[in-house]
Design a protein around this ligand. Structure first.
Ligand SMILES: Nc1ncnc2c1ncn2[C@@H]1O[C@H](COP(=O)(O)OP(=O)(O)OP(=O)(O)O)[C@@H](O)[C@H]1O
Ligand SMILES: [Mg+2]
Length: 273
């Protein structure tokens, strides 16, 4: 199912090795991803698999590189080394055309919302549909309105982003990511800064996307409850590597002292604060 086409001579050997270790049910496989920002190695040969149709929560201390990981997947930054396979094809080796085609399948909810300030909420949310489909403006607006209803922002089509609260902007950003019906959604702290009721709306939405549309999700979060609720699997990114992964029950009961300290929020333990 996952045809592998390697175009790069340079990475031929590495890529072949990786192919053998990628299962057919893996949507995104990251292998030995190294990212250096400034003079710090943020990701250090990080490897992980994200299975098709599953929701994975990525946890970790602030500054550990969670956003960097998501940004690497959609190629907002150029890693130092490694591979990021989407359905078996290395995103880092794609030409612009193939990359554009592939990225249409991935929606991203940015940590800071990242709405276009000069566009209305409807224009922001419908941006992908306008750019990448032949849908008529009326059809786009209908789809936008339905998506805004899902995130509890009905009737906000004509508002500018600056007219919405931070939490509302976040939900508009979420609507933008899902409006295009992507196969994969990357959520960067989707519930941070939202009140408990809206948090619940967002958590349910993430679960609904999985159940109804078989969406594969990566949810970066600090919110333990949210991770337990939405995730099939939880991973911990620490000092550039995935140091633990497992079902929510296994993760929360991990005997790894770093995980124990993290889930208890304790100031005592191997993590020095
Ligand atoms: N453009 C950049 N140039 C230099 N350093 C950067 C850049 N972007 C991020 N960093 C650094 O990389 C590290 C990882 O940042 P990142 O935003 O990925 O962390 P994070 O795990 O998402 O943190 P948080 O939980 O606070 O959102 C941080 O130390 C940050 O200061
Ligand atoms: Mg972040």
């Amino acid at each position: 199912m996952l045809g592998f086409l390697n175009k790069s001579k340079k990475n031929n050997k590495d890529s072949k090795e990786s192919k053998e270790s990628i299962d057919d049910n893996v949507k995104i496989a990251i292998r030995d991803l190294t990212v250096i920002l400034g003079n710090r190695k943020i990701l250090d040969k990080t490897s992980l698999d994200i299975h098709t149709g599953k929701t994975v929560a990525v946890m970790g201390l602030s500054g550990m590189g969670k956003s960097t990981l998501l940004r690497s997947i959609i190629r907002l930054l150029e890693p130092e080394g490694g591979q990021i396979f989407f359905e078996g094809k290395d995103i880092l080796q794609m030409n612009q055309h193939k990359l554009d085609e592939t990225l249409k399948n991935i929606g991203m909810v940015f940590q800071k919302g990242a709405l276009f300030d000069s566009m209305t909420i409807a224009e922001n949310v419908g941006f992908g549909l306008k750019e990448h489909t032949t849908m008529k403006p009326k059809e786009i607006l209908e789809k936008v309105s339905k998506t805004l209803e899902i995130v509890d922002l009905a009737g906000r089509e004509d508002n500018m982003p600056s007219e919405l609260s931070g939490g509302m902007q976040k939900r508009a950003s979420l609507a933008r990511a899902i409006c295009y019906n992507p196969e994969v959604v990357l959520y960067d702290e989707p519930t941070t800064g939202l009140d408990p009721i809206i948090c619940n709306v967002i958590n349910k939405l993430i679960m609904d996307m999985q159940k109804r549309f078989k969406v594969t999700s990566v949810v970066v979060t600090h919110d333990l409850e949210s991770a337990r609720m939405v995730a099939d699997e939880i991973m911990m990114l620490h000092e550039g590597k995935i140091i633990e992964r497992g079902s929510p029950d296994n993760f929360f009961n991990s005997t790894n002292p770093i995980i124990q300290q993290f889930v208890k929020g304790s100031s005592e333990g191997p993590i020095k604060v």
